[in-house]
Ligand binder design. Structure first.
Ligand code: R2B
Ligand code: URA
Length: 299
């Protein structure tokens, strides 16, 4: 039986209204959310990715998957917030989250409250992103198992009320398995794998790059670090997985992080692929998640 989302914040039940500030969505009466339920209650999958343009492209791509016959410009439901873009395609929301855990966590808090107020049954949260690869060919799609932070610990660490709070950061096996079933189909000219992910707060030093504005280590130290990552089963590096895994795990919603590698970090630091190749690679998670959504909606 599918269940609605219950959040881990006892204070919410004491709030008579709630303004989801960055989404510019108002919940005027938390005791009667019928308006929000009408607008968003059918949402079953929330796809999230870094940029608003990619999420707009995804919204257009998903129209044929969810049989929405609309060829107009997708409407950004969060335009008034001027921070994130939200497109609704039938039972799927496509939402931009910016770069890194800090921007993503803001919109994730608000999306989790949105699906609670809307009483969405068992919503799936899926990040569709880009990343650096570690020892896999560029263009590989990686579905994250355990998320490691920049200390190479499988946990999410955040300061709360001036204290270090550490939470687990793994994705549930069942959704990983469901998604992997739609990868490596005949005709796919790329691999889809599940592996561990390192998630950092910095694209440059945090990911062991030597091409940032500041760097105090040499190539050998960098390669030693990347090899250590590889030994931990880490096959990709991005900037959101630990926060995303930990918050969704904490709340108990199903979530997955599905990213395409743009570069093999064992071979270099600069992301030099052409815009055409980047567009081709970015289609790959769309394809896998499109198939997954089609399968989910046909059940
Ligand atoms: C991957 O790509 C972005 C940095 O370029 C970041 O959002 C991430 O995780
Ligand atoms: N995103 C990252 O966070 N790192 C990369 O190397 C490429 C994309």
């Amino acid at each position: 039986m599918s269940k609605s989302v219950e959040l881990k914040n006892p204070n919410l039940s004491g709030m008579s209204s709630d303004f989801l500030y960055h989404l510019a969505i108002n919940v005027p009466n938390t005791a009667d959310t019928s308006d929000i339920q009408q607008r968003f209650g059918d949402v079953r999958v929330l796809c999230m990715g870094g940029t608003s343009s990619r999420m707009r492209d995804l919204a257009i791509y998903l129209r044929k998957i969810v049989a929405v016959s609309d060829d107009g410009e997708p409407v950004d439901l969060a335009a008034a917030g001027h921070r994130y873009a939200v497109y609704k395609v039938g039972p799927v929301l496509c939402v931009s989250h910016g770069v890194g855990s800090s921007t993503f966590s803001v919109v994730l808090h608000e999306l989790l409250k949105l699906v609670m107020y809307a009483k969405c049954p068992d919503p799936k949260f899926i990040r569709i992103g880009t990343c650096g690869g570690v020892g896999v060919p560029p263009g590989t799609v990686v579905v994250t198992k355990d998320a490691y932070n920049g200390y190479l610990r499988n946990e999410h660490e955040i300061p709360i009320l001036g204290k270090r709070v550490v939470r687990p950061a793994s994705f549930a096996d069942d959704l990983i398995k469901d998604i992997l079933a739609y990868g490596n189909l005949s005709g796919d000219n790329f691999e889809t794998i599940s592996a561990n992910t390192m998630s950092t707060d910095c694209f440059y030093e945090g990911q062991g790059r030597t091409d940032g504005a500041v760097c105090e280590y040499d190539e050998a130290a960098k390669m030693e670090f990347l090899q250590k990552c590889h030994n931990l089963g880490i096959r990709n590096i991005e900037m959101e997985a630990t926060m995303f895994a930990s918050m969704t795990q904490q709340v108990g919603v199903k979530a997955a992080d599905v990213c395409v590698t743009l570069i093999n970090r064992l071979n270099g630091d600069q992301v030099e692929i052409t815009p055409e190749t980047k567009a081709d690679y970015e289609q790959r998670p769309f394809l896998i998640i499109g198939r997954y959504i089609q399968g989910l909606l046909s059940k």
